[in-house]
Write a protein of this length. Structure first.
Length: 129
């Protein structure tokens, strides 16, 4: 059917998950949730991906997305979204604090115009030289 419409379809392959990275083992925090000190600064992630639990929670809590829509958005299985939400249910204080800190960091960088050509921080450094 896809050949008739000219739309290519791709068969999803089983994800390859590593047990270690750079000689350091992944640590399983909960079913489907792992952490590693060299991946996403050790933040809880969906097993076999670099997708943080906070990314999934933020879309659900702040964008009002349904789990099926989140799974489609990130191209992951619904079970992986459910694993993240189950982890969040048990660790909401930690995840909520992490989201607040990310938001605060974003606001501070935006206020400093970080990355723009008119960055006042760079101007001060150049004038001090």
């Amino acid at each position: 059917m896809a050949a008739e419409t000219g739309v290519k379809t791709f068969e999803r392959k089983e994800a390859v998950t590593r047990e270690e990275f750079d000689g350091v083992q992944f640590y399983q925090l909960a079913p489907g949730i792992t952490t590693h000190p060299l991946i996403r600064s050790g933040k809880p992630c969906i097993k076999g991906t670099g997708l943080k639990v906070t990314d999934i929670v933020a879309l659900k809590n702040f964008q009002g997305m349904k789990p099926a829509d989140i799974a489609k958005y990130f191209e992951i299985d619904l079970a992986q979204v459910n694993d993240a939400m189950n982890y969040y249910a048990s660790h909401s204080d930690y995840i909520d604090t992490d989201i607040q800190l990310d938001s605060l960091n974003h606001d501070q960088l935006a206020e400093a115009q970080y990355g723009s050509s008119g960055n006042p921080l760079l101007s001060r450094r150049e004038s001090a030289s």
